[in-house]
Write a protein that binds this ligand. Structure first.
Ligand SMILES: [Zn+2]
Length: 312
C-alpha cells in the first residue's frame, strides 16, 4: 500500500465526536467528484474511505449511498465509487448540509462546522475525498485535487486561517482541476498531525531525520554508520514528544530547566547530544542532555493522547 493509502486507512480508524462526524461527512461529500442537484459522488482507491463515506452519509443525512467497485485494469488500481442515488435522496443530503445544488459557484458552508474541533474533521473528510500525500522518501508534498475553482480558493483560505502565516498553500491548474498543495516536511507533518494521522506524521519525520543524519555523515567522519538509524529514530521520538507538549500547553508546561533544551532540540533535530549540550547556556555534558531529554519524554508520555494517536 502507498503512504497515501496508509494515511487514509489510519484516518478512517478515528472515532470522531458527534459534531465532528457531520463536519467530516460534509468534507467527504463536498470535495468529491461531484456535489450538485444532479449527482453527489466521490471516487477513491481506498476501501476504508469508501466505507466511511457511506456510513457517515447514512448516519448524518439518512440517505443510503451506493458503493460500487471497478476492477483494476493494467496500471490502474481498483476504484470505489460512492454515490447518493435518486433525486429525492440527493435533495435530502443537500438540504441537510445547507446547499441547494443549484449554486452558481460552490463554496464552503461554514455553518456545518459547529465547534473548533470540527475544523480538523472537515479537513480530514476533504483529504480522504480528494487528497494525496507523497511518499516522504520521494518528496514532502500534500495535495487536494478540487474540481471547482472557488471551492479550491475557499480551501486555501481555510488552510491559511488554521495555520496562520506559517503555511502558505499553493494552487495550480492540472487537467481541468484545481490543485491546492502544501510543501515541506514541517508543513506536511503538521497538517497530518492536525488531521489525526499521528503515525503517518511520525513516519514522515523519521524519514526526514534519516535523510538529514545521512547527509551529516559526510561531514562527521567519526560517525558510526550503524548508529545512524538509531539516532534518527531517537530524535524523531523526541520531536513527537515535544510536539505533544507544545500542543498540550506550550513550553511553559515544562519545568524551567528543561525549556531551553526543548526549544533547542525542536529547532535542531539533526544535532548530536554533545552539540546540543554545547549550545546550552551554561553548557551541559552529553549525559546531562540525555538525562533531560529522557525527562521530557517521560513528561510527554504522561500527557493524554492527542487525537488520532490512540484509536487502534
Ligand atoms: Zn467537532
Amino acid at each position: 500500500m502507498s503512504f497515501s493509502s496508509n494515511t487514509k486507512t489510519e484516518l478512517c480508524r478515528i472515532q470522531a465526536a458527534d459534531c465532528c462526524r457531520k463536519a467530516e461527512c460534509y468534507g467527504l461529500l463536498l470535495f468529491g467528484r461531484c456535489f450538485s442537484a444532479q449527482s453527489i459522488t466521490l471516487t477513491t482507491e481506498n476501501r476504508e474511505t469508501a466505507r466511511r463515506a457511506a456510513e457517515l452519509t447514512a448516519g448524518i443525512t439518512g440517505a443510503f449511498a451506493d458503493v460500487s467497485v471497478s476492477p483494476r485494469k493494467g496500471d490502474r488500481k481498483s476504484a470505489y465509487t460512492v454515490s447518493v442515488p435518486g433525486e429525492n435522496q440527493i435533495e435530502q443530503v443537500l438540504n441537510q448540509l445547507g446547499h441547494t445544488g443549484r449554486e452558481i459557484s460552490l463554496r464552503i458552508n461554514l455553518a456545518n462546522l459547529e465547534n473548533d474541533c470540527c475544523r480538523s474533521a472537515f479537513l480530514r473528510g476533504a483529504f480522504l475525498s480528494c487528497g494525496t500525500v507523497t511518499d516522504p522518501s520521494r518528496d514532502y508534498r500534500l495535495e487536494f485535487v478540487v474540481p471547482y475553482r472557488n471551492l479550491a480558493r475557499d480551501l486555501t483560505a481555510f488552510l491559511t486561517d488554521i495555520f496562520e502565516l506559517d503555511v502558505n498553500p499553493g494552487m495550480l491548474n492540472r487537467k481541468g482541476s484545481y490543485v491546492v498543495y502544501l510543501k515541506g516536511s514541517e508543513h506536511v507533518s503538521d497538517l497530518l498531525t492536525f488531521l489525526g494521522a499521528g503515525n503517518a506524521a511520525m513516519e514522515l519525520i523519521q524519514v526526514r531525520m534519516l535523510k538529514e543524519v545521512r547527509n551529516n555523515v559526510n561531514r562527521k567522519t567519526n560517525f558510526e554508520a550503524a548508529n545512524i538509524e538509531k539516532t534518527a529514530s531517537a530524535a524523531a521520538g523526541q520531536l513527537m514528544a515535544l510536539k505533544k507538549i507544545f500542543a498540550g500547553g506550550g513550553v511553559s508546561a515544562l519545568p524551567e530547566e528543561l525549556r531551553e533544551l526543548a526549544i533547542l532540540r525542536y529547532r535542531n533535530p539533526d544535532l548530536s547530544l554533545r552539540e546540543l549540550g554545547q549550545k546550552l547556556d551554561p553548557p551541559l555534558s552529553r549525559s546531562g542532555v540525555n538525562h533531560r531529554l529522557r525527562r521530557i519524554m517521560e513528561l510527554a508520555d504522561r500527557l493524554p493522547a492527542t487525537e488520532g494517536e490512540s484509536h487502534d
